[in-house]
Design a binder for this molecule. Structure first.
Ligand SMILES: Cc1cc2nc3c(=O)[nH]c(=O)nc-3n(C[C@H](O)[C@H](O)[C@H](O)COP(=O)(O)O)c2cc1C
Length: 205
């Protein structure tokens, strides 16, 4: 167990109720323990894998499904690593895991599409986190580059791969947005390993 609160790189995690740790997933016995104030401090490394995952999971994200054509048919994957990168030029990025069976297809894909899921599309997120090859879904169409486009999403971005960067056990795929769409609606949110919703703060930003 490592507890070095002063070290550079240490992360602090605020837990509302230390007794409620199970809400963030199982904590291995040999992992770091929260202090009485409810903060968990640790240095990423052996024994702290779960804590690191849980700390990262505190960052709520939207949910996307990314699709690409492959040599043996289309491939999809649920991903929350999607980020907007640049407005001019229009660039976005996401990070496929090198350990994924789908990695080679996405790393090699010259074109791909990113679909931002709406609040009512959790089933689609579950579908493509389990199975990347099943496109037996209503309304799927192909764009000019042969990329599957899923209907009814909150937004979608049709991309050409601009760059592929190293990123530890993931890669960073940068895409130039060729075409995009959006509709009104609430987003699907992912936080602490669970899907949920978003309630706007009426006070604004
Ligand atoms: C909400 C959510 C977000 C995810 N984000 C990513 C991601 O950004 N990159 C990634 O490679 N896998 C991500 N995954 C995991 C994949 O969706 C999928 O479960 C995994 O690739 C399955 O392993 P396989 O590709 O070897 O079948 C995410 C899963 C979920 C449920």
């Amino acid at each position: 167990m490592t507890m070095k609160g002063q070290d550079v790189g240490t992360q602090r995690v605020q837990i509302e109720d230390p007794a409620d740790w199970a809400g963030a997933g199982p904590r291995p016995d040999d992992g770091p323990a929260p202090t009485r104030s409810g903060t968990l401090e640790f240095v990423p490394g052996p024994g702290c894998e779960r804590a690191l995952r849980d700390a990262l999971g505190r960052f709520a994200t939207g949910v996307t499904v990314i699709t690409a054509p492959g040599a043996s048919g289309p491939v999809g994957i649920t991903a929350n690593s999607f980020t907007s990168l640049s407005l001019d030029p229009a660039l976005v990025l996401w990070a496929p895991a090198r350990a994924s069976r789908r990695f080679d297809v996405f790393a090699a894909a010259r074109h791909f599409a990113i679909h931002v899921l709406g609040a009512e599309q959790a089933a689609l997120g579950r579908h493509f986190s389990r199975d990347g090859l099943d496109f037996d879904l209503p309304g799927v169409q192909q764009n000019a580059e042969g990329v599957p486009i899923l209907p009814g999403c909150l937004a979608h971005f049709e991309c050409r791969q601009e760059a592929l960067h190293a990123g530890g056990d993931h890669a960073i795929v940068v895409g130039r947005v060729l075409r995009a769409s959006l509709r009104e609606g609430a987003p699907l949110v992912f936080s602490g390993g669970r899907y949920g919703g978003f309630s706007p703060d009426e006070a604004g930003v």
